[in-house]
Design a protein around this ligand. Sequence first.
Ligand code: HEM
Length: 402
Amino acid sequence: MLDEAQQVLDWPFPRPSNGHVPHILAELREAPPCVIRIPAGAVPSRRAWLVTRYPDVTQALKDPRLSVDETLPGAPVRIQLPPGEKPSSFLRADDPEHDRLRGMVVSEFTARRVRTMGPAIERLINELLDDFESKPRPADLQDAFTRQLPTLVIARLVGVPDEESPFFVESTRVSISQGNPQRSYAAFMTMSERLRELAAERAADPKDDVMSRLAVNYMAKGELTMDELVALVRLLLIAGHETTTNQIALNVLSMLLDDELRDAVMANDGALIPQFVEEALRFWSISQDGILRMALEDMELGGVQMKKGDAVVISIPSANHDESKFPDPGHIDVHRDTHGHMQWGNGPHYCTGAPLARLEMQLAVKILFQRFPTLKLAIDKPDGLFRRETVFHGVYELPVTW
Ligand code: HEM
């Protein structure tokens, strides 16, 4: 039971100074789901269950009795958005609504479709690195490269002009920051308004992009409203750049911090890069504390009794560091079997963009380290680089030289 009188831990848990997943999760995995106190936007805090063990996380992500719909009365929210908005499109909708909307974009991101994007992504990487090469040293790789790449890739795919992508990056940053809800609402609304204008332009004059295809194939036939189209495109833009930016930066950082790892990954024309990318996803576990659900009925999970209306936090970092699934989880091992890591989620909300993010990450590491074999960190220790109080883990900057 979520007993209000009980002394409990405050969540989210801060990461240690080296940016690794919080140690406390290992202790919590010794026991069934525990009760924590979570920040709750409108009210100062509320109680929730924290699910930490690999099998329980797997079940929780797939269980239809746990709803993601944050518009339901009493649903826990991680990011406060304007009242009345359906904030994150299908990411925060349950089936059949989720299935209907996801079905409209899923074909844009199949592994087969994404493979055809390879040459354009390689070209973009080389252009960004040409630019980076001409900068004075040390330079911030996050600013020049790791943020630019995913942002431009997703913006071009959905149909946002290149010159407007900095506006969307900044609006996303403010929208998902926790400090000032009024500012976050304003940024969210401005971003949505601009997308509405772009969508109206595409509906009138379609081009070769996702926004145009949604307008022509669904909105024109009355199967999708303008609000839904805006929410869908906004989800793709936000999900498409925020996560991938930080994961590419952490992949690069891992290589810069460990020469042996770097040599192993880059040997044989980078044969181990795909394996490294999956293992670095598992190790860093950047989707750290945005996975919230609400029990739709009384239910048992992992040995505890949850009540209808209980909030449930699912810890992907904890599942990815569960030693019963991934022995010696606290270091990057490129020869490990990473199958079943949870960094793309699981069940109905499994990441739609995984094939695209994978391709971007693999090409980014390969081309960067082939072109800059002497790349190194421009600071002694990475401790100050890690972002604090964010839903996705990552770095503020990545100062490097070569
Ligand atoms: C390293 C990069 C990425 C990581 C770690 C990541 C991780 C995740 C995770 C964990 C979820 C499930 C969330 C939940 O269950 O609540 C998710 C969902 C999603 N991701 Fe990603 N993602 C990445 C890149 C991308 C990219 C490039 C796109 C581009 C389109 C994208 C689009 C989405 C969408 C649309 C969903 C919602 C899926 C649904 O609700 O059915 N992601 N992602």
